[in-house]
Write a protein of this length. Structure first.
Length: 516
């Protein structure tokens, strides 16, 4: 059955430029549906990031959209004047207030403002509008409005410049065009949803949202250590909060990869009837039983060297275990992404301070990932944020038991086949792992149960089939109505907005592929 549609996959900082769990999931999805044509739009940092995945033939187009660097010349048209400038000022003031002083239980101000900003972005006028002096003055006025928490922080012009620059870069994806005959699939919340939201507002393109990690939670974690002052943090976290809520409200379907995410989404305002949990899956043939454990007791970890993986906790736990098992080894498999080099140096310094450097090896990226799990007696995970981690279900498929932190969908994945401990508690992690290392019979039984659990619940075929049915459903049914206020409807009738809409009208792309 053909509906004349195809899929636009929207990523941020992952596929096809970076290896890791979400990128693995994207590649599995694309390769698992050769009958579906994919248009991949990847939000990147500079736009110079290399493609690290070999794209299959059904990816008919890949576009990198850099968030940083100078904007394309087409976005630097002249500033707004007259009525257009006054309309933008009203819109932007409402936008700022929605971030800093949202009305309880309502996101209408953000939603309507974002629609108007999307029109400006498509017309190539948003960047110039945001770079005007009047925008800085407006932000200072809103920040210092009586009753707002930011007023007491005495924001500076430097704060206003910093915040405006961050917002301008964050809003660039609004200018991205999605073919109107496709299904827009954002594979995370946050900035990847901006092109899907613009396409939903202006072209009624069906919008599918998948969450792995909880994007908003990770933004809060990241901004705890950010260098910006409080007014800047308040504005940006308000933006991510409202954007997260808007994505939940506007998506035709939301597909979390675990029940933990589902509960978060429901609390964030998503309609429970539009949420379907689709677990990540692995191919049990690609991750066969690992066989005998290494002769020397060994802990294995697999992932990217990144602060969110909290490898400091793992190193501290390892040092604690070494006091009782001096022969114990820790093998870390995975790449060091650009920007995380300093974090690896921190880990090496910590290991040296704890006197365990000689027992830890950094193995780098490994082609045959199953070998990384086979290298350990126990497979470890120490993250402070996860969705439904591949490293755990892959290790389970290999018949290895795990010790993991209780974040995201980890407990759902592991069930009773491994041990789950609180995050950021190295001694608790160490004691749980030592208990497994001392009990060969229990470790072997948990490994056997782990593989059985994967084969029963978490296979790749089950996961891909779930999305195949969802794509067909969204391609063939009327999409949910866009939530539009009366004021927005009136503004779209204004000749200036009609002109903007015409200037931003996307070129229709036929897309030879379809969902069959």
């Amino acid at each position: 059955m053909s509906h004349g549609r195809h899929v636009t996959m929207l990523t941020e900082g992952t596929y096809p430029h970076v290896h890791g769990g979400v990128s693995t999931w994207c590649d599995q999805l694309v390769r698992g549906m050769p009958e579906v044509d994919f248009n991949v739009i990847a939000l990147t940092g500079s736009g110079r990031e290399p493609v690290t995945w070999e794209l299959p033939r059904n990816v008919y187009r890949h576009t990198s959209v850099p968030l940083w660097g100078a904007p394309p010349a087409r976005r630097l048209r002249s500033g707004l004047r007259g009525k257009a400038r006054r309309s933008f000022t009203e819109t932007y003031e409402a936008f700022l207030l929605s971030l800093l002083d949202p009305a309880p239980g309502s996101s209408r101000g953000f939603s309507e403002s974002l629609r108007e900003l999307a029109l400006l972005a498509r017309a190539g006028r948003l960047t110039a509008a945001l770079r005007s002096e009047s925008v800085l003055r407006l932000l200072m006025t809103v920040w210092t409005r009586p009753g707002l928490a930011t007023a007491a922080a005495q924001p500076t012009i430097h704060d206003a410049l910093t915040a405006t620059d961050l917002l301008e870069h964050a809003l660039r994806p609004l200018a991205v065009r999605i073919p109107p005959d496709s299904v827009a699939h954002a594979v995370s919340s946050g900035l990847a949803t901006l092109p899907a939201l613009a396409a939903k507002y202006l072209d009624r393109v069906p919008f599918l949202l998948t969450e792995h990690g909880i994007y908003l939670r990770e933004r809060y974690l990241g901004y705890r250590s950010a260098e910006q002052r409080w007014p800047v943090k308040a504005l940006m976290l308000g933006f991510y909060r409202e954007l997260n809520t808007e994505g939940y409200r506007q998506a035709d379907l939301i597909t979390p990869c675990n029940q933990y995410n589902r509960r978060w989404e429901e609390r964030g305002g998503a309609d429970s009837e539009r949420i379907r949990t689709v677990y990540n899956g692995v191919d049990p043939h690609a991750f066969p039983e690992a066989g005998p454990e290494p002769e020397v007791p060994t802990l294995s970890w697999c992932g990217r060297i990144d602060p969110i993986k909290d490898l400091e906790t793992l190193v501290r736990a390892y040092a604690f275990m070494r006091e009782e098992l001096p022969e114990l080894r820790l093998r870390l498999f995975g790449p060091v992404p650009a920007g995380c080099e300093e974090y690896k140096l921190r880990l090496e310094k910590l290991a040296a301070e704890l006197g365990v450097s000689e027992g830890i090896t950094y193995e780098g990226r490994i082609e045959d990932v199953a070998r990384a799990y086979a290298a350990g007696s126990v497979v470890m995970l120490s993250s402070i944020s996860e969705g439904f981690p591949f490293s755990i279900i892959e290790a389970m498929s290999c018949g290895r038991t795990t010790v993991s932190t209780d974040v995201g969908g980890v407990r759902e994945a592991v069930g009773d086949t491994g041990l789950v401990v609180p995050p950021r508690e190295p001694e608790t992690m160490a004691r749980a792992t030592l208990a497994l290392l001392r009990d060969d019979e229990r470790r072997a039984e948990l490994g056997r149960m782990s593989r059985e659990r994967v084969v029963e619940k978490f296979t790749l075929d089950q996961s891909v089939d779930g999305f195949r049915h969802i794509y067909r459903e969204l391609a063939g049914q009327p999409v949910l109505p866009v939530h539009v206020g009366d004021e927005w409807t009136q503004r779209l009738a204004d000749p200036w907005y009609k002109e903007l809409a015409a200037m931003g009208h996307p070129q229709t792309e036929s897309g030879e592929g379809s969902l069959r």
